[in-house]
Design a protein. Structure first.
Length: 367
DNA sequence: TAGTCGTGGCT
DNA sequence: TAGCCAAGACT
């Protein structure tokens, strides 16, 4: 791409951005801490979902110190519903590192940022360019789509080497001193005009410079890899209910829903019925013999790589005292206070339904 | 490298 | 409806 074409792209995109930029709560903020938080929340998550979480977060955690000193359960509670909970755990880790190793100041250069937990190539570029005004590229999924089309690039974008090529292409496009706005212009263009399924090329400010448009290949780009079909699992979970309290466990720190609370249970193995599976799981997890009582609800949920149906039952201890054999810890909790414990979607649904059942029972009693 | 890690919205 | 996708990072 020659230098006059590059200058045209810079001018047209920045002008377009001035009048079409989305108005977002973190736009225009000068505090790199807030830029960092917004970028982490936006990872694999749509803008509309993030906005209310962002407001609540900066209200509760206005600065790095408040994050570093907060209990992990409070951090996870603020993150509940956003998913990818390692993001929240990594924010806390990084806040602690910044306090102890960087005198409380976020580093500005990508080379330093990328060493921090939860900050990868994209977020490092975003903080450097948007938060600190450095001339650094920030290439996200929108950018990958826009740049792939702009250069009519047909390499597989899952490949690290190909992503690097796209990033260097973006770097050559950056106007001096305006990298932050330019990066955001690319992202906004990708989210509003250069759409994945139906690109609106007629309203694109850089249609004339787009090599994919001139060859009519925009709908084939970017080239990605097809995902494999995801399996389904049937799961059982037990509700130990006693005197208005229930037993919940805190999942191990790492892995799926790490650090979140749940009702104990697990996968139904091949050939098992619900009764056998639940007795086995609760023996393994808590060291107790149980008896199944009434069935409660059935819960379906789709994760990224598999889906589940969770069958829940009220259970009763026949023998033994529950201990945390798998969970980080277990706790008997008042049903009314279940909301204080961070949970994933399924367990939150169970928890809400339990509270509703309790409300209904007490309203019947009072009649 | 390729699999893992949540959830909501859209088609 | 079942699958795809969204301001990615980590192992």
């Amino acid at each position: 791409m020659d230098s006059s074409t590059i200058i045209n792209i810079q001018k047209k995109l920045l002008i377009w951005y001035r009048s079409n930029a989305r108005s977002l709560p973190w736009r225009g903020l000068k505090d790199p801490y807030l830029i960092w938080i917004s970028e982490v929340m936006l990872q694999q998550t749509q803008v509309e979902t993030v906005i209310p979480y962002f407001h609540r977060w900066i209200d509760r955690f206005p600065d790095i110190k408040s994050v570093a000193y907060a209990p992990i359960d409070e951090i996870l509670k603020a993150w509940e519903g956003l998913g990818y909970y390692s993001r929240a755990r990594n924010i806390k880790k990084t806040a602690e590192i910044i306090l102890s190793n960087h005198v409380g100041v976020i580093p500005s250069r990508p080379i330093d940022l990328i060493k921090l937990p939860g900050i990868g190539d994209y977020i490092a570029g975003a903080i450097a360019s948007i938060g600190f005004g450095l001339d650094e590229p920030a290439l996200d999924a929108n950018g990958i789509r826009v740049i792939s089309r702009l250069y009519d690039f047909h390499g597989l974008v899952n490949k690290v080497a190909n992503k690097k090529i796209l990033k260097e292409n973006l770097r050559t496009l950056l106007p001096n001193g305006c990298a932050g706005d330019f990066n955001q212009a690319i992202m906004d263009l990708g989210s509003m005009v250069c759409l994945s399924a139906n690109p609106d090329c007629e309203s694109c400010p850089i249609q004339r410079e787009c090599m994919a448009f001139s060859r009519n290949t925009q709908k084939d780009l970017p080239v990605g890899k097809a995902r494999t079909k995801k399996p389904h699992f049937n799961v059982v979970a037990g509700i130990f209910e006693k005197n208005g309290k229930v037993l919940i466990g805190k999942r191990p720190t790492n892995g799926l829903l790490g650090g979140m609370w749940e009702f104990p249970g697990g996968k139904i193995e091949e050939g098992e019925d619900h009764n056998t599976a639940l007795k086995r799981e609760l023996e393994e997890e808590l060291g107790v013999n149980i008896k199944l009582r009434d069935a409660f609800g059935e819960y379906k949920h789709a994760y990224t790589h598999f889906s589940v149906t969770v069958f829940t039952y009220f259970v009763e201890i026949v023998e033994g005292k529950p201990s945390a054999k798998v969970a980080e810890k277990i706790e008997w909790v008042d049903i009314r206070s279940l909301n204080d414990f961070p949970m994933g979607k399924v367990d939150r649904s169970i928890s809400n339904d339990l509270q509703e059942k309790l409300d209904h029972a007490s309203s019947v009693d009072s009649v």
